[in-house]
Design a protein around this ligand. Structure first.
Ligand SMILES: [Zn+2]
Length: 365
């Protein structure tokens, strides 16, 4: 795209975004966020694996705390997205300062509040997690890990990296929830994802901006796919009537076949981003621990509990032990390890939506 076209696009985006006002932000569905945190515990190396597995339930439950906080804290929403068009003329991302202090200097705080601060939020949470490990603060380690998992997962959602976050600029409203909630909620239970073991991030900032870049690159494909599929399937064929569980009231929902068709047309990007998110969440927990100096992990019996947390831990100890999982062999990751994960994922795509489990390295999800 030429520079003048770009400027026109930016003015258009700015105007539309001002007209629309402050956005509350849209999350991966709660189910997906919980799934990502839970699955991430399984790809950690020891000794983190044993520690995080013990608290998998807590990490799962608190995966959605940042989204809940958006309704009470007006500063929260912008931490979940980055409207890239307001920061970078075109890919690659090479003009955005990697550090918060420099970003504030370049753009000013209100720009970051309006157009998002997700990459710096991930950095900040990683720093906090490192501190929590160093001070052996169990409650903080768990809470920050759960929330860091949320922000890293959000960075994997393409529509969290664009000003056209709900297709509102291309007459495709609803596409945000379709991609990140309706499709995964419909299909996730049948995904069989291979998650390599967590990797140390040699450069946190490079990795974070790589994730944002990958997400942003998928946007035009997703928008085109939705248009294409809606030309194929008539509006009345996209929905099915089902009933609300408790009340028995009829409710109009997207039909399963429509969601599967959308997923296919969108090149299985939902499953692939979900898979990468799980691996990256585990990797950033692991990286924070390494950067903290690989300290001993807090021993539960030494921990001074507050009553609510004590009740939780007590409950955990009584519940069933977390099963040991087998892991896929770790691919050798270079700088562009994301690409490698994608190239390895043909097998995964083949096995999506199949319920049979035939590989020792795979576990059905
Ligand atoms: Zn979010």
């Amino acid at each position: 795209m030429g520079k003048s076209q770009n400027s026109i696009l930016r003015i258009f985006l700015l105007a539309s975004s001002l007209l629309l006002g402050w956005k509350i932000g849209y999350p991966w569905g709660f189910k997906a966020h919980r799934f990502i945190n839970r699955e991430a515990t399984k790809s950690l190396p020891s000794p983190l694996f044993a520690f995080y597995s013990e608290f998998a339930e807590y990490l799962e439950e608190h995966a959605v705390d940042p989204d809940k906080r958006r309704y009470t804290d007006t500063n929260e929403a912008s931490k979940h997205y980055l409207d890239l068009e307001f920061y970078e003329q075109q890919l690659p991302i090479d003009t955005i300062p990697h550090f918060w202090k420099n970003a504030i200097e370049k753009y000013g705080e209100s720009h970051l509040k309006n157009f998002g601060s997700l990459p710096w939020q991930i950095q900040w949470s990683m720093f906090q997690l490192k501190k929590a490990f160093q001070s052996s603060d169990l409650k903080q380690i768990l809470q920050i890990s759960a929330e860091l998992g949320h922000y890293v997962a959000d960075a994997h959602v393409p529509l969290h990296t664009t000003a056209n976050y709900d297709g509102q600029l291309t007459n495709q409203r609803g596409i945000h929830a379709l991609w990140e909630t309706k499709i995964p909620d419909n299909a996730m239970d049948n995904y069989r994802l291979i998650i390599p073991k967590a990797q140390f991030w040699y450069s946190e900032t490079d990795t974070i901006f790589t994730i944002i870049t990958e997400s942003h690159q998928l946007i035009s494909m997703i928008l085109q796919a939705e248009k294409w599929i809606n030309n194929q399937i008539k509006p009345q064929q996209r929905y099915a009537i089902s009933t609300v569980e408790n009340t028995g009231k009829p409710i109009k929902k997207f039909a399963e076949h429509y969601l599967f068709q959308c997923e296919k047309a969108m090149e299985n990007s939902v499953a692939l981003r979900l898979q990468l998110a799980i691996h990256r969440v585990a990797s950033c927990w692991y990286t924070a621990w390494i950067l903290a100096g690989q300290p001993n992990l807090p021993i539960i019996r030494d921990y001074k509990f507050n009553s609510k947390f004590k009740a939780f831990v007590h409950h955990r100890k009584k519940s069933v032990a977390f099963p040991l999982m087998r892991f896929a062999p770790t691919p050798s990751f270079g700088n562009d390890y994301a690409k490698e994960l994608y190239s390895d994922s043909n097998d995964i795509i083949d096995s999506l939506h199949h319920n049979d489990s035939h590989s020792d390295h795979c576990h059905k999800r």
